[in-house]
Every structure is written in structure tokens, then in C-alpha cells.
Ligand binder design. Structure first.
Ligand code: ADP
Ligand code: NA
Length: 340
């Protein structure tokens, strides 16, 4: 029986945005009621593509600040950065020897990120899911909150856990350990409207990795900037539909209604019951007001925290110490199982 435990990570690469908040960080908070939670700033994942070292340090503190500002309690949950717990790299190597190259080549995110250039990206970018499996399984996490962009990677984590448990079944038995040594981690699938699309083009994901997209709502924006970006968001010329079915074929409308629903903790149907039939001249200002009211306090708290890096560093150090205890317990068993 595994302790109900959640692991999740965010890369410190570029500015955090509304999609990261609604799709990931905000969901971390209520999970603390039912699980032991381990929330990681995955700086080792970030360097799979080039990062300026000073930007990486700044972004690492920003992500930690976002966790805390959103409501993650650093006393009950563990907040740390990956590179401070060396067992992540150690277990990832073992998993590199468990996973097959073909499994990695099938990952759609690798294909997207590598594009036509797949011979000239880092080896780390290809092996990324193996490090992600190590992140999760080092803590024997039973559950991982996933957006749909991470589902395939979590399946690969499950495949690695299964193959490790099978390949080393005899050794696991000889060590007197549970045959299900690593758990087969379950996804916690997000509710509706957790994939936030670009405010410029409702068919593209809002993403850090699209520097040309000026429409993105950053978690560093002030109230004015947030309101302006929402009012300038691409929409269409029809009024809002009365029902969710009416959003079909209207990606921008669907996205803006979805953002309203996520911020207000409503369903899209609830939002349309209130705004169906109304025009964008009514809906966009209402959405802007809601977004400012929901995000500004959190962004203000993030600023206070990032203005005090010593406090964040102390929280990350404490988190790394607590994470190391769990990580070393698993890694000590893994070394014996493997024959090191
Ligand atoms: P990005 O895709 O912006 O580079 P990451 O890959 O670091 O960001 O993702 C961090 C977390 O934020 C992941 O859990 C991911 O599912 C979530 N996330 C990223 N973009 C979005 C989005 N547009 N909508 C919802 N969730 C998102
Ligand atoms: Na992503």
C-alpha cells in the first residue's frame, strides 16, 4: 500500500502564464487536503533547451513564488527545485536503461519541440520523459495532476514502472520488497476548460515557448495589462451562444468562455446561462474584471515573495532536505535491486 502522494512539476523557463496557473498551479492547492504533495521546480527539465543561467535562477524563484502565492503551504507540502536533489539524475539514468529509444521517439511533444531539426536537439530533450518518470517514481507518487499535453508522458512513466517491476522481479523478491515496487501512477485528469488557448489564435495553446505571442497573460502582468489583453483578445462577430453546443466551431469564444468558467469555478453552461445572447462588448469587460479580481492578489503576493529571494531560497532549501529523505529511501532500494 502506497501513501497517497501527488507529484507535479513546472519548468522555470520563461514567464509563467494564465495557462500554467489555471491548468496546473491552481489545481495544486486543493490536492493538499487529500494527499501528501511534492511540488517541484523542474530546472533540470528546463535546460533540455538553452537557458541563460541568470534567467534560470530568477525563473526558479518565480515558479516557487507562484506555488506559494497560489496557496501551496510550504510547511505541509514539499516545495523544492529538482537540481538540489541529485537522486533525480541518478534514477533517471537507471530509467534511461529501462526505457526503449522507440518509446521516446513516439512522444508527440518531442516531435513538436524538435520539429524538422530532430538530429540537432539535445539528447536531454529526447530523454525528458525518463527524467519525468524519475521525478514521479522517486517519491512513489500515486497520483499526478495532468493536463492533456502531459498524458502521453505519464503513460510512459507507467510503462517504465511496469518494466522495472518486471525486469527486476527476482531481485525485488530477493530483497524482500513488495513486488509492486514502483506504483503504477494514476492521472488526475483536469475538469473542463483547463487547456487555455492563445488569446490571439484560439486554435493554438497559450504557451511559454511562443515568444512572439504578445497576447499571453503573464503572471507578472499588472491589472491594466491583464484587462487590456482580455479586451484585445481575438473574438468573432456573433453574440455568445445560449448553450455549450453553440461554441462548436468557435474556438475563440470557447476559449474565453472557458477562461471565465475556470476563474469563476463554474461550468461553461453556467457562464452561458448568464451571458448567452450578449455581445463581446458586455462579456469581455466582465471577463477582464473577473480576471483582475482573481489574479491580482496572487500576482501581488508573488511580487512580494520575489522581492525577498532569501526567504524563497530558505523555503527551497528546506523543501530539498525533506524531499531528499524520501528520495534517498527509494534510491537506496533501487541501488540494491539493480546490483550496484
Ligand atoms: P509551457 O507549455 O507553457 O511551456 P510547461 O510545459 O512548463 O509550460 O507546463 C507547465 C504546466 O502548465 C503543465 O502542467 C502544463 O500542463 C500546464 N500548461 C501549460 N500550458 C497550458 C495551457 N495553455 N493550458 C493549460 N495548462 C497548461
Ligand atoms: Na507543456
Amino acid at each position: 500500500a502506497f501513501t497517497p502522494r501527488v507529484f507535479s512539476g513546472i519548468q522555470p523557463s520563461g514567464d509563467l502564464h494564465l495557462g500554467n496557473y489555471l491548468g496546473a498551479i491552481r489545481r495544486f492547492v486543493p490536492l493538499q487536503q487529500s494527499y501528501e504533495c511534492v511540488y517541484c521546480v523542474v530546472d533540470m527539465h528546463a535546460i533540455t533547451v538553452w537557458q541563460d543561467p541568470n534567467d534560470l535562477r530568477r525563473a526558479t524563484r518565480e515558479v516557487a513564488a507562484a506555488f506559494i502565492a497560489a496557496g501551496v503551504d510550504p510547511k505541509s507540502s514539499i516545495i523544492f527545485n529538482q537540481s538540489q536533489v541529485s537522486q533525480h539524475a541518478e534514477l533517471a539514468w537507471v530509467f534511461n536503461c529501462i526505457a526503449r529509444i522507440g518509446w521516446m521517439n513516439r512522444m508527440t511533444q518531442f516531435k513538436d519541440k524538435a520539429g524538422k531539426n530532430s538530429e540537432n536537439v539535445s539528447l536531454g530533450l529526447l530523454a525528458y520523459p525518463s527524467l519525468m518518470a524519475a521525478d514521479i517514481l522517486l517519491y512513489k507518487a500515486t497520483h499526478v495532476p495532468v493536463g492533456d499535453d502531459q498524458k502521453q508522458h505519464l503513460e510512459l512513466t507507467r510503462d517504465i514502472a511496469q518494466k522495472f517491476n518486471n525486469d527486476y522481479a527476482a531481485s525485488i523478491g530477493e530483497q524482500g520488497l513488495d513486488p509492486e515496487f514502483f506504483p503504477i501512477t494514476e492521472p488526475l485528469i483536469a475538469g473542463p476548460a483547463t487547456r487555455i488557448m492563445s488569446l490571439r489564435d484560439g486554435t493554438r495553446k497559450m504557451s511559454k515557448s511562443d515568444p512572439s505571442d504578445q497576447s499571453r497573460i503573464s503572471l507578472l502582468d499588472d491589472a491594466d495589462a491583464i484587462a487590456k489583453k482580455i479586451k484585445r483578445a481575438t473574438s468573432d462577430s456573433e453574440p455568445l451562444p445560449e448553450t455549450v453546443e453553440g461554441l462548436a466551431g468557435r474556438p475563440e469564444a470557447d476559449n474565453l468562455v472557458g477562461i471565465y468558467a475556470a476563474l469563476a469555478d463554474l461550468t461553461k453552461a453556467d457562464v452561458l446561462a448568464q451571458y448567452g445572447g450578449q455581445g463581446w462588448g458586455t462579456f469581455k469587460p466582465a471577463l477582464a474584471e473577473l480576471a483582475v479580481a482573481q489574479l491580482s492578489p496572487m500576482i501581488g503576493e508573488m511580487r512580494r515573495l520575489t522581492d525577498d529571494p532569501a526567504t524563497i531560497d530558505a523555503i527551497l532549501r528546506d523543501g530539498a532536505e525533506r524531499a531528499s529523505v524520501l528520495a534517498e529511501a527509494t534510491m537506496a532500494e533501487v541501488r540494491r535491486i539493480v546490483g550496484f
